[in-house]
Design a protein. Sequence first.
Length: 298
Amino acid sequence: MKKKVGLALGGGGARGLAHVGVLKVLEEEQIPIDYIAGTSMGAIVGAMYAQNPSADALIDRLESFFSSRDYDSLGLKYIVPKNDQNPSFLSQLAQVVAKRIVVNIAQSRMGIIKTRRLSEAVSALIDKGNIQDTRIPFACAATDLNSGQPVLFQKGDIQEAVTISSSIPGFISPSEWDGKLLTDGGVTAPVPVVEVRRMGADIVIGVSVDANHIKPLEEPHVLDIISRVDMIRGKYLSEIQLATADIQLHPQIDAAHWSELLRYQEFIEAGIRETREKLPQIRAIIAQRKSFFKNLFR
C-alpha cells in the first residue's frame, strides 16, 4: 500500500519563497507529493505548484511577476527596510503611517495595501479555477477573527481563497466570507501540519520559514515591544506545529523582512540547501513507512 506524502508549507512573507527550493529538490529527487496545504506565502507557492507541478515553471512565473506592473502596484518598495534594518511589523507600519508614505500608489491610500491589489497579484500568479480541480490536492488556511478558529479552504475559487489566506493583518483588510471575518492563516496555522493530515496524508513534510535567529532589541519603544511579543508567540506556535510533522524542514534564513520578495533567489537557494541536507531522512522515513505497511498486510 502506497503511503501518501503531504507537504505543509508555512507562512512568512518573502521568506516563504524558500518553499520553491523545497519543491524543486523533491521534484528532482522524484519524491511524490500527494497533498499540499499552505498558509499565506505557503498558500501562494502551494497553489501554483498544485495547479502546475513544475518547479521551473513556477520560478519562471515568479520572475515574470517580479518584473511586472502588478508587482510594482503593490508598493512594497515603500515597506522594505533601509540600511539593512529589520524593523518589527508594527513599528514599520507606524513609520509608514507617520511619514504618510503611500503604499498603494495607484489608489493613493496611506499605509494599507488594498485587498484588490493583493487579489490582482494573486491572479497574476495563480490560474483561475477551483481548489478541488488542482492536479495535486490542495488546501489553504485562513483565520476567523470572530471565533479565533482556523478555516481550511478545500473547495471553491482558488484565487479568492489564496488571497484571503495571504491577507497580512494590519496591511490587508480581512474578508467577509460565509458569516466569518477571515484573515491570514498564519495567525492560527503557521505550519498547517494538522490540516494536511486531515486531507489524507500519512507522512507529512512540514516547512517553517520563520527567522532562525532573533536580533536583540535596541532601545525599543512600545510598538517594538508589542510587535516582538507577537512575533515570539507566532514563532512558538510555529515550532509546536512543525514538531508534529514526520519530517521538519527549516531553511536557514536570517534578518529578512516579510516584504523583501526581490530576494527570492536567496530564499529559494536556502530551501534547496535545507531539503538536500534532509534528503537521507526524508527517504528513510518514506521507506520505513512503506516497509511497515507492506509487512502489516502480508
